[in-house]
Design a protein around this ligand. Structure first.
Ligand SMILES: [Zn+2]
Length: 300
């Protein structure tokens, strides 16, 4: 689950408090007794968070070595903030309530447990934890459109919350072409937001092409970076005499890992959007990704 055991945390907490107390008390003791003390080393003054991070890194490295390529990709995905957001979200609003199926799906994926032996949608034997991300049944394909549109509408809602006359359009046409992007933001000068188009992409990490390209040491982030570059290269370009704002792809994995440039773009929006609104909408996006998987997942 990515949570350190109490036994490891407690030991780190005790050592951190002991070293902090020693650092504070040694000079007092030295001045009162007239003795000299050696300067505490940097290692001796590591705080609890630093000590726990180090332990977590050691455990993660040991776990990665023991997993197959698909499991390693999914573990990298599970470490992302969007992927683990449901674990630290209080059900303070009906939109943030998880059903039993959604919670069970989250736990299955978090623990790399594939669930049922056979897919109830396409009928094939399930051999990977995240078969739902690559299932080609009509139900799964249709649900991916629902997932994409939900994320598009949530991001548009985030931009609209900026106010100041900002104009946000979904599915805008690229002038002079027959193609559309997902979101267009214009008239955001007062808020300091430049005109821009965005194209939302959600990719499964464990496609055959990705596994073939990155074996034996696949990297989810490297794959999503390629997806980002591909979306940028294939963007609709208005012909001469037509104008549309520059397009940026926003690329997620099915479990919520963001491509690097997409992550930076979303972090930049945080400056313009009210903090509570931004956090709420980001949680809704994380929940929409989990809900999409839960609609397709068959429990074991
Ligand atoms: Zn299937």
């Amino acid at each position: 689950m990515g949570i350190l055991s109490h036994a490891l945390c407690a030991q780190a907490a005790f050592e951190a408090s002991e070293s902090a107390a020693t650092k504070s008390l040694l000079p007092i003791w030295a001045s009162s007794t007239g003795t000299t003390t050696s300067h505490p080393t940097q290692t001796a003054t590591l705080n609890q968070a630093e000590r726990c991070t180090s332990i977590y890194k050691q455990l993660s490295d040991a776990l990665l070595v023991s997993l197959d390529p698909v499991q390693r990709l999914l573990l990298e995905e599970n470490m992302s903030p969007f992927s683990r957001r449901w674990l630290n979200t209080l059900p303070s609003s009906p939109a943030l309530h998880l059903s039993d199926q959604e919670f069970a799906t989250g736990v299955h994926l978090r623990t790399l447990c594939p669930g049922a032996l056979w897919c109830r949608h396409c009928g094939v034997e399930i051999t990977t934890v995240n078969h739902i991300d690559t299932c080609m049944s009509s139900t799964a394909v249709s649900d991916r459109t629902t997932r994409h549109n939900t994320i598009r509408d949530l991001l548009a809602r985030a931009f609209r919350s900026v106010g100041h006359g900002i104009e946000v359009t979904t599915e805008p046409n690229v002038p002079g072409t027959s193609r559309r992007n997902d979101i267009r933001v214009t008239n955001g000068d007062i808020a300091g937001i430049a005109p821009a188009d965005f194209e939302i992409k959600v990719h499964a990490l464990t496609t055959h092409a990705n596994l073939a390209s990155y074996n034996p040491d696949p990297s989810a982030t490297a794959f999503l970076t390629k997806c980002e570059e591909s979306a940028r290269a294939n963007r609709p370009i208005p012909p001469s005499g037509h104008y549309s704002p520059p397009m940026s792809p926003i690329v997620f994995s099915a479990g919520g890992l963001l491509a690097p440039a997409s992550r930076n773009a979303i972090l930049a929006w945080r400056r313009h959007i009210k903090a509570s609104t931004f956090q709420f909408i980001m949680r809704l996006i994380a929940f929409s990704l989990l809900r999409s998987r839960a609609r397709l997942f068959t429990l074991g």
